[in-house]
Design a protein. Structure first.
Length: 309
């Protein structure tokens, strides 16, 4: 299903890393029978849509996120794609009819205020989620301590709110996906047969000024990172497999071995990724990220070993 891909922009999205992540899956993943795939921090869902499109042996999938607006969005895309598309076309027409930036900016802040009332039905909440995602600065999702969306207007010339093909393709793939909204540890009970977890949590900041993990009003600090590692231990002991992405803090500071120490019992790879969130363009660029896996032999390693024999 070539059109299935993330329907929203999301900071830290894995679209650019999909080929690298795919190469680091278990070497025999395509041969597993009756697979359960679990993603406890689904975000934009690039990995989800890639795996569901390319691995028909995945028979069950469970996604979770602490962000209620996001999980509601997934539910609407799955269950009401036609109604969503119709409503997105309506708000697109209304926005496009505003010919001056000042009018569009006023409209943006009215819609942001309405979104923050938290008194909308699921469909309207999702429509405004799409709208804000396409018109806010850099496509960020950031909230304040009270949980209010607070990203400023982005001043895009002609943003598009609705890609019908993507929404319909994603909706079809999501039909057999269970959607949860809660703490990542709640996914433990969804282990069923051959199970692969992929974790893409809020990243540990590379510096005191680079932190961007305000996807919810709850902070994801070092204690949460340690709790996540302990959860990985639990699922490993239960016989499930996992992959986990995070920032490469050692790449920024050779003395910062937080993740190398924390995940020393597992395999750690470093992959190249582009960062494009910083408002200062000169500070955007390529950095390494870590990829932790609980299994020894990845597809990439298996290929390398095979070539040596």
């Amino acid at each position: 299903m070539p059109n299935a891909k993330p329907f929203i922009k999301w900071v830290g999205g894995k679209g650019q890393l999909i080929n690298q992540l795919d190469s680091l899956l278990p070497h025999d993943f395509q041969k597993w029978d009756d697979v359960t795939y679990i993603e406890p921090f689904v975000g934009g869902g690039a990995m989800l849509f890639h795996l569901l499109s390319h691995y028909p042996n995945i028979k069950r999938a469970v996604i979770n996120d602490i962000n209620k607006d996001l999980t509601t969005c997934y539910e609407i895309v799955r269950d009401k794609p036609q109604e969503l598309i119709s409503a997105l076309k309506d708000i697109q027409s209304e926005y496009d009819s505003l010919l001056k930036d000042t009018f569009r900016q006023e409209f943006y802040y009215r819609m942001r205020d309405r979104f923050n009332t938290k008194a909308l039905d699921a469909l309207e909440n999702t429509v405004l989620f799409f709208f804000l995602n396409r018109t806010c600065f850099n496509g960020l999702y950031r909230v304040n301590k009270k949980g209010g969306f607070n990203v400023p207007f982005g001043k895009y010339e002609s943003p598009s709110f609705c890609n019908e093909e993507v929404i319909y393709a994603d909706s079809k793939l999501l039909q057999n996906v269970e959607i949860l909204n809660g703490d990542f540890e709640e996914t433990f009970h969804k282990i069923n047969g051959k199970t692969l977890f992929y974790f893409d949590p809020p990243y540990r900041p590379l510096s005191n000024t680079s932190s961007f993990n305000s996807y919810s009003k709850e902070d994801f600090n070092d204690s949460a990172q340690i709790r996540l590692k302990e959860f990985c231990d639990r699922i490993h002991e239960a016989g499930a497999h996992f992959m986990l992405s995070n920032s490469d803090v050692r790449g920024k500071d050779i003395h910062d071995t937080f993740f190398d120490d924390l995940y020393s019992a597992y395999s750690i790879e470093r992959v190249w990724a582009s960062r494009c969130v910083n408002s200062n363009v000169s500070k955007r660029g390529k950095l390494t990220e870590i990829l932790v896996r609980s299994y020894q032999t990845s597809k990439q390693l298996y290929t390398e070993l095979s070539l040596n024999y």
